[in-house]
Design a binder for this molecule. Structure first.
Ligand code: MTE
Length: 323
């Protein structure tokens, strides 16, 4: 993101070819039947048939959500792709760094501090946060501001469920999320690429939208560490950097918080960060994207394809100014 320059983008293309190569080797190893399943687009079948599952702990009681959005030719990305091509700067800035270094992250016990403008502040244990929640599989597009994308079968529950439970006061207009920033577990935090802890925020009405979820897993299993274990935000109509990983604090505020990326490069990263093909990043186009695992670029959709559901949140706003 900030530290990527146009020349670096080519290097991420190379990473992709590596991914392709890995995937090819994998297909060969998985045998003809599984390979045929992949060619027919049944990535999930391949996942089930060809890789030892679970990789981590399986999540029980997961239901399919009607909010899932992958359609037509949009294949779900493989477990391999979703867990080896990551942005998680706390573990380094290369795409493969998080899968190499996130093993050091200790996710148990895990508490999330809730404070600011709400009636029920406190330190909430992850089991308490999950208590009474029905876990849903939401197949969402993830569109990164670097102009690559994936389709991911997240497991989570509506963020609004938790927000309602902690009762924001009438003054609460925004909700801020902080990630763990522990240099003893996270090698990347030792370098000043961003101001730590990683901070992201939403307007409260955005947070209450039914598409915004707190995710605790993917592909039916608990969240891999490199994807933000044990709990992360997913806001599918915004660039991926809004979706903070490994959340340890949720704060309700009256004033608009300053997000980490916005603070480090305000001309490139705004508060809203809605996926918008009409507003280019100063250093590259946002009109198209490269789906990981595909060769040709595809057109980027307004609000990442979720315009029917979310456009009304921004009616009357100049989305070129509020990028
Ligand atoms: N959260 C934290 N804590 N640190 C990060 O560097 N990167 C963001 C977001 N959440 C990031 C983060 C960016 S830029 C993207 S595109 C997504 O995570 C990537 O999520 P994924 O690695 O699960 O695909």
């Amino acid at each position: 993101m900030l530290i990527k320059h146009p020349s670096d983008i080519r290097s991420s293309e190379i990473t992709d070819q590596k991914l392709y190569a890995n995937r090819r080797e994998f297909i060969m190893a998985a045998g003809a039947a599984a390979g045929a399943a992949l060619l027919s687009g049944a990535n999930r079948v391949l996942h089930a048939a060809g890789q030892p599952a679970p990789h981590g702990r399986k999540l029980d009681g997961v239901i399919k959500s009607p909010f899932s959005a992958a359609v037509g030719d949009e294949k779900v990305n493989t477990w391999e792709q979703i867990t080896t091509y990551n942005n998680f700067y706390e573990f380094g800035t290369e795409k493969e760094s998080p899968s190499m270094y996130a093993k050091a992250l200790k996710t148990e016990p895990w508490r999330v501090r809730v404070d600011g403008e709400c009636a029920k502040p406190g330190d909430y244990h992850i089991d308490d946060i999950l208590k009474g929640q029905t876990l849903e599989e939401r197949v969402y597009r993830l569109r990164c501001v670097e102009a690559w994308s994936m389709v991911v079968p997240w497991i989570g529950f509506p963020l609004s469920n938790f927000v309602k439970r902690v009762e924001p006061t009438a003054k609460a207009k925004f909700i801020e999320f902080n990630t763990l920033a522990d240099p003893s577990q996270m090698v990347g935090v030792r370098s000043p690429v961003l101001r730590w802890p990683y901070t992201e925020a939403l307007r409260l009405d955005e947070a209450m939208h039914p598409l915004a979820i707190l995710a605790v897993g993917l592909y039916g299993e608990e969240m891999p560490k490199q994807d933000g274990a044990p709990i992360r935000l997913i806001v599918p109509w915004k660039y991926g950097f809004k979706s903070a990983k490994s959340i340890v604090r949720i704060r309700f505020t009256e004033r608009q918080p300053l997000n980490s990326w916005q603070e480090s490069q305000p001309s490139e990263y705004g508060f809203y960060s809605n996926v918008n093909p009409a507003v280019d990043h100063p250093r590259w186009t946002q009109a198209t994207e490269r789906r990981i695992g595909e060769f040709f670029r595809r057109k980027t959709l307004m609000f990442n394809g979720y315009a029917d559901q979310v456009a009304s949140l921004y009616s009357g706003m100049d989305l070129k100014r509020n990028y």
